[in-house]
Design a protein around this ligand. Structure first.
Ligand code: NAD
Ligand code: LMR
Length: 326
């Protein structure tokens, strides 16, 4: 049996937390031979609810669950942590854009970045889910100067999965037939789900759909899916968000399949002309616990304009939180 790894989940008493923790403890995220110790962080008023979640985790008798810590202290929550899923943050309501949350949520991530820097494993892998996820990931990264910036990522996998599912429905194929999907940029309405890279059972997606549908239906449907769920459910997506978090970390830790790739918000190295240091979603392949940006994707004028627009939004978000970026 492998040694247990420590997985920190913030906002563990919330909606996404409830859909996430049981799957991590079951082995769905890191494999069915990897024991985990869950370090659950939430704010003080949520600690009673968190204790209830711990009771339920105990009652599942998961063979891979080697311990559960509940705390409201970030220094305890991130102690020796190998993985951190930063979920704890306010969700948006109807009529809001995710960047409207910046003011309410940004400070959480500067505190947690410092706590990660001071307490976690130097090899920690961090996934930021709390919105606006890319800019919160940037804040976390910049407050943890002793850790490689490549270890901080933002969740675009929900967008990636939505993009695959909508294309599968349109073409009448299975989701497993869709490969090489790319969603570029920000987890926001400016994101760019790019069908020029995608294949459907080996056929280029753009040969199977009309340009008008692609531009005026597909892109807005994928980009606005979060808002559509809030409208329908009266609360932001939780189970699909938790599922995407599991998928993201699993790909990163255990690798992507064959020639396929996934969309991840990662530290830009300037690839595709995107400003260095932004947390921007690129097509990524993962191997041996590391990711790399897929190079050589052909960028049309249509793509270039959309990739720049979402980069511009990320630049503006970064400038709005400059006081939190050491
Ligand atoms: N990136 C994505 O694709 C994606 C998808 C869905 C939701 N989200 C975002 O995830 C976040 C959480 O969503 P939810 O539905 O679970 O919300 P929720 O309100 O149900 O839960 C949030 C939890 O975070 C806790 N929390 C607040 N401040 C904290 C802090 N400083 N430290 C630790 N915990 C703290 C709250 O007490 C609560 O338990 C929201 O910002 C939401 O917009 C992102
Ligand atoms: O849309 C939201 O605010 C929640 C989440 O980011 C989503 O994409 O479902």
């Amino acid at each position: 049996m492998k040694q247990p790894v420590r997985v920190t989940v913030t906002g563990a008493a919330g909606q996404i937390g409830y859909a996430l923790l049981f799957r991590i403890a079951s082995g769905a995220m890191l494999g069915d031979d990897q024991p985990v110790i869950l370090q659950l962080l939430d704010i003080t008023p949520a600690l009673d609810a968190l204790e209830g979640v711990k009771m339920e985790l105990d009652d599942c008798a998961f063979p891979l669950l080697a311990g559960v810590v509940c705390t409201d202290d970030p220094n305890v929550g991130f102690k020796d942590s190998d993985y951190a899923l930063l979920v704890g943050a306010r969700p948006r309501g109807p009529g809001m854009e995710r960047k409207d949350l910046l003011e309410a949520n940004a400070a959480i991530f500067s505190v947690q970045g410092k706590a990660i820097n001071d307490n976690a494993s130097k090899n920690i892998k961090v996934l930021v889910v709390g919105n606006p996820a890319n800019t919160n990931a940037l804040i976390t990264q910049r407050n943890a100067p002793d850790i490689d910036p490549r270890n901080f990522t933002a969740m675009m996998r929900l967008d990636h999965n939505r993009a695959k599912s909508q294309l599968a429905a349109k073409t009448g194929k299975a989701v497993s037939d869709i490969k090489n999907m790319t969603v570029w940029g920000n987890h926001s309405a400016t994101q760019y789900p790019d069908l020029s890279t995608a294949k459907v059972a080996g056929t280029p997606a753009l040969e199977l759909v009309e340009q008008d549908w692609y531009e005026n239906d597909y892109i807005p449907t994928v980009a606005q899916r979060g808002a559509a769920i809030i409208k329908a459910r009266g609360a932001s997506s939780a189970a699909s968000a938790a599922n995407a978090a599991i998928d993201h970390v699993r790909s990163w830790a255990l690798g992507t399949e064959g020639d396929d790739w996934v969309s991840m918000g990662v530290y830009s190295d300037g690839s595709y002309g995107i400003a260095e240091g932004l947390i921007y979603s690129f097509p990524c392949r993962c191997k041996n616990g590391d990711w790399e940006i897929v190079q050589g994707v052909e960028i049309s004028e249509f793509s270039q304009a959309r990739m720049k627009a979402t980069e511009q939004e990320l630049t503006e978000e970064r400038d709005a939180v400059s006081h939190l970026l050491p």
